[in-house]
Ligand binder design. Structure first.
Ligand code: FAD
Length: 528
């Protein structure tokens, strides 16, 4: 008698494909609401993953989800200090801000007290409430273990071959460790990243990029990357250590990121438009990396003693958009529906905003018109946020050879992000509708208009008019002193800026004082 391995059949409420932080966090929250959840992963943790740098808004969203779904073991991951105290075993990097240095090809980096070739924007006033770079091999592994211990059925090393969408739900067929598997669920969440599972299995069409130029990326993890502040010692003290940040080296046609973790590993990569990419040939890996460094002599010094600890990854097309975000029985997380560019660390907040919306939708609607309408709203919100991000990032690509304009444009992002974070922390999220305030009746159209002008690479009076328009757009939302010329493009986080601009948040000075204490911004009440 021959023995045939029986098909493993699993019935569940929600199937989630992909166990990055997005899938695992969604699984955890759904378990807390009593849903049966199966979390399917094609690989095995711990594993290399890209997308590492968080932001104040991302951390606030993680905190909000942790509180709403009673996830006290996840909440510490929302701040550097609590993370280090609660989970020192999970590697991370301290991120105190966004550091930009602007380079001319073949020239050493040189700047003076005017800071023309740099932009430093602090994201936190001190380390304890700082942001992080998530070391994804550890972080994603930790979250998947939490999801499992919360009762999610975790199926790693699973190869899904088919999906069938039926009236009552979805049926997934595949194999796991040599055994057939059939998974039935009433709803499917695709958390498998761009060009992921449903894109392939349902043949969903990609959407053309309307604004971004095509870009390629080359990236990996290194050891032995030198700190920039050891190579380029500044006579003045910057608002935060420039390497404890998302460090961006920007040049005409591309940029490089450098993110340091506390385990000696540094994530670094380069994004290139097709022009420079045709000269650098990033598909070749290490030789291409050396060619990029050869054009950036000061950055090359940072990598003089560096060695890779993971093979180079070449992304022939960095950005991706899906035409469709939902069906009657399935939804893509924003991270599966689109990836724009890491330039402003927008992936995490977009993903977390989407997770929060999807959780709400699954909790508060059941099959029928209400769910269909909520899914349509989810789809519209996801696409609109990706649109706004794509428009702004495309404007930044268009101005990489014009640092003053590039810097002004990024302030649109920093103004929107700091305003949204403050409004949410004050319990008034309605003041800051949509990621990048894109749905705000005043800021949204201005963001769009400024980005559209910048993409036309204006010169002369048109460029001056654009710089002035950006300032006017930012002013009513600037709660971080972003328009103070005396700061010379070095922006610390100061309690006073929030206090002075309380009225822009429809708040009193007392409201702001309480917010500052609550969020660990200051340890004692401010006296003016
Ligand atoms: C080069 C680059 C740099 C980035 N940097 C940043 C940054 O600094 N900050 C930021 O906020 N965002 C960044 N992003 C975006 C960020 O990567 C995503 O927002 C984030 O990874 C989303 O996490 P996730 O868990 O939803 O998906 P992912 O991290 O993409 O995880 C998907 C998971 O699904 C699994 N999977 C895939 N296909 C299948 C399948 N068929 N079956 C089962 N499992 C499957 C994968 O193995 C993986 O474990 C970057 C993106 C890129 C491309």
């Amino acid at each position: 008698m021959t023995s045939i391995a029986p098909i493993a059949r699993i019935e569940t409420d929600i199937a989630i494909v992909g166990s990055g932080f997005g899938g695992s966090l969604t699984a955890l929250a759904l378990r807390r609401r009593g849903f049966r959840v199966a979390l399917v992963e094609r690989g095995r943790h711990p594993r290399f993953a890209i997308g590492e740098s968080s932001t104040p808004l991302a951390n606030l969203l993680l905190e909000e989800i942790s509180d709403r779904y009673d996830l006290p073991r996840i909440r510490p991951f929302s701040k550097w200090g609590t993370w280090q105290r609660a989970r020192p075993d999970v590697a991370a990097g301290l991120k105190r801000g966004f550091t930009f240095f602007f380079h001319a090809s073949g020239e050493r980096f040189l700047d003076d007290r005017s800071h023309e070739k740099q932009l430093l924007v602090a994201a936190s006033p001190h380390d304890d409430v700082g942001d992080m770079h998530w070391y994804r091999p550890d972080f994603d592994h930790a979250l998947v273990l939490e999801a499992e211990s919360e009762g999610a059925t975790y199926l790693d090393e699973t190869h899904l071959e088919r999906v069938r969408v039926e009236d009552g739900g979805v049926v997934l067929d595949g194999t796991r460790k040599g055994r057939s598997l059939r998974l039935s669920a009433s709803f499917l969440i695709d958390a498998s990243g761009p060009r992921g599972f449903l894109q392939q299995a349902l043949g969903l069409p990609a959407a053309p990029l309307d604004w971004l130029p095509p870009t390629q990326a080359l990236y990996t993890h290194f050891e032995g990357v030198e700190r920039w502040d050891r190579l380029a010692v500044d006579a003045e003290t910057p608002p935060y250590p420039v390497d404890d940040a998302a460090l961006h080296h920007v040049f005409d046609g591309g940029w490089m990121w450098i993110l340091r973790f506390n385990n000696g590993i540094t994530s670094a990569g380069v994004a290139l438009t097709d022009g420079p990419a045709s000269a650098m040939r990033p598909a070749e890996g290490a030789p291409a990396w050396d060619r990029v460094l050869a054009t950036l002599p000061s950055v090359r010094d940072q990598f003089r003693d560096a060695r890779t600890v993971h093979p180079f990854v070449h992304a022939p097309r960095l950005a991706f958009r899906s035409q469709q975000v939902c069906g009657s029985r399935w939804a893509l997380l924003p991270s599966a529906a689109g990836v724009i560019d890491p330039l402003l660390s927008t992936g995490f907040p977009l993903t977390l905003l989407g997770i929060a919306r999807l959780l709400d939708l699954l909790e508060h609607t059941s099959d029928g018109p209400a769910r269909e309408s909520a899914l349509r709203a989810y789809s519209r919100a996801t696409q609109a946020e990706l649109d706004a991000t794509e428009q702004l990032v495309a404007a930044l690509y268009a101005s990489m050879a014009d640092p003053p304009l590039f810097k002004r444009l990024t302030l649109l992002y920093f103004a929107a992000a700091s305003y949204a974070e403050s409004a949410r922390r004050l319990g008034r999220p309605e003041l800051a509708p949509g990621f990048l305030l894109h749905a705000h009746t005043r800021f949204g159209p201005e963001l769009q208009g400024c980005a559209a002008s910048a993409r036309r690479t204006p010169t002369g009076r048109a460029r001056d008019a654009l710089l002035a328009r950006i300032e006017r757009a930012i002013e009513p939302f600037d709660v971080a002193g972003l328009l103070e010329p005396g700061r010379r493009d070095w922006y610390p986080v100061l309690a006073d800026d929030l206090v002075k601009n309380a009225s822009k948040l429809q708040a009193s000075v007392d409201d702001i004082d309480r917010l500052l204490e609550r969020s660990g911004f200051v340890t004692r009440k401010i006296t003016n």
